[in-house]
Write a protein that binds this ligand. Structure first.
Ligand SMILES: Cc1ncc(COP(=O)(O)O)c(C=O)c1O
Length: 387
């Protein structure tokens, strides 16, 4: 059976060229980068090369890049790290309601430890209003954290504008760029960010490796104490194969990013139009234009997202639902709830996220199969249509 993978927001396959770049670091250049012998120093050189490559991609300085275990660690480190370092100045943090759990749960943890967090409301398309950020700032605000693009609905936030506000008020600004790193141009100076999280497994790199960009002069405490790795900001022996893989992944992404974004945008718009034309009672979740090139998220009225996913899987199509993906409960996702998707629709949410292997034929196949599945499910749906 034909297999079509449309869940690239969850993770991407590792590019074979990335695997090849990683292999020598398991058994040839396996030395500990902190060791003084040649085999250790060769590993160290690779780490520093990759650091420079990432810094150049972000228009940052190499010493502003910290290697971490992924997006979750980067988000935790940025938020808790700045919050605890700034405790003498204030205890107020601003974020939005549709952030990834790595940000939201970190904020909830801080709330239990004396911090106050404002969760700004996003509009119906998922956008944060920079004026809301301005209004939420108090004399005690020490950190603002707003994601670059949402992992469920793909909405791209006005980061540069929010960053400008943060800068004017002297407040540190973090963005979770896990969904955009390697997919969209990212310049930390143009975006006015002080901290930025990214993860390799979203850009055809390996799992378990990521980065945190920390602008020089940003106050941040460390959480992993031990060796002197990462200038004492993150102890533990480096994941050298992972770092080598991330380096190759960002090199490849940089080469193909612009062309790929244009190609995916056109496929995305074709898929959205096709779904809206062939299935009635659907809602496009997220912003129609300010959205990730590879993201399609629709709510299909009066049926369950899980049933759609399982039926699509039987036809060889792998994708995600916003209805029950984050836990085994049937609670709709916090993102769809926050943007106010009506009850009859929120349970029938479908997220299709395309990637480098996605072709026009794949889109045509989904557009052929999906309406059939929806018809079948609606014919047996116990949910009564309300109009
Ligand atoms: C927006 C966002 N932030 C953070 C994460 C967590 O990243 P990681 O899986 O590398 O810990 C993800 C992963 O899905 C994400 O999409």
């Amino acid at each position: 059976m034909k297999r079509i993978y449309l869940d690239h927001a969850a993770t991407t396959p590792v590019d074979p060229r990335v695997v090849e770049a990683m292999l020598p670091y398991f058994h040839e250049v396996f030395g500990n980068p902190s060791s003084l012998h040649a085999i250790g120093q060769e590993a160290r050189r690779t780490i520093e090369d990759v650091r420079e490559r990432i810094a150049s991609f972000l228009a940052a300085k190499p010493e502003e890049i910290i290697f971490t275990s992924g997006g979750t660690e980067s988000d935790n480190t940025a938020i808790k790290g700045v919050a605890y370092a700034m405790e003498d100045k204030g205890n107020h943090i601003i974020t939005s309601s549709i952030e990834h759990h790595a940000v939201l749960e970190t904020c909830r943890y801080l709330e239990k430890h004396g911090f106050h967090v404002i969760y700004l409301r996003n509009d119906k398309s998922g956008l944060v209003d920079p004026d809301d950020v301005r209004r939420a700032i108090t004399a005690k605000t020490v950190l603002i954290s707003i994601m670059h693009a949402n992992n469920e609905i793909g909405t791209i936030e006005p980061i540069a504008e929010i960053g400008e506000i943060a800068r004017q008020r002297g407040i540190f600004f973090h963005t979770d760029a896990v969904q955009t790193f390697g997919h969209l141009p990212l310049n930390v100076n143009e975006l006015n960010v002080d901290l930025l999280s990214a993860s390799a497994h979203k850009l055809y790199g390996p799992k378990g490796i990521g980065i945190l960009y920390v602008r020089e002069g940003t106050r941040m405490v460390s959480f992993l104490h031990g060796g002197e790795q990462e200038r004492g900001r993150r102890a533990s022996t480096h994941n050298v194969p992972g770092i080598a893989g991330l380096g190759k992944a960002i090199e490849l992404a940089r080469e193909m990013m612009d062309k790929e974004a244009r190609r995916l945008t056109s496929l995305r718009d074709k898929m959205i139009k096709g779904i809206q034309e062939s299935i009635d009672d659907t809602i496009l979740n997220g912003h129609p234009v300010k959205r990730l090139p590879n993201n399609i998220n629709v709510s299909i009225g009066y049926i369950e997202g899980e049933a759609i996913i399982l039926n699509l899987d039987r036809e060889g199509i792998a994708c995600a639902t916003g209805s029950a993906c984050t836990s085994s409960s049937m609670e709709p996702s916090h993102v769809l709830t926050a943007i106010g998707i009506p009850h009859d629709f929120v349970h029938g949410s479908l997220r299709l996220t395309m990637g480098r292997a996605t072709s026009e034929e794949d889109i045509d196949y989904v557009l052929e199969v999906l309406p059939r599945i929806v018809d079948k499910l609606r014919s047996i749906s116990p949910v009564k249509r309300t109009f």
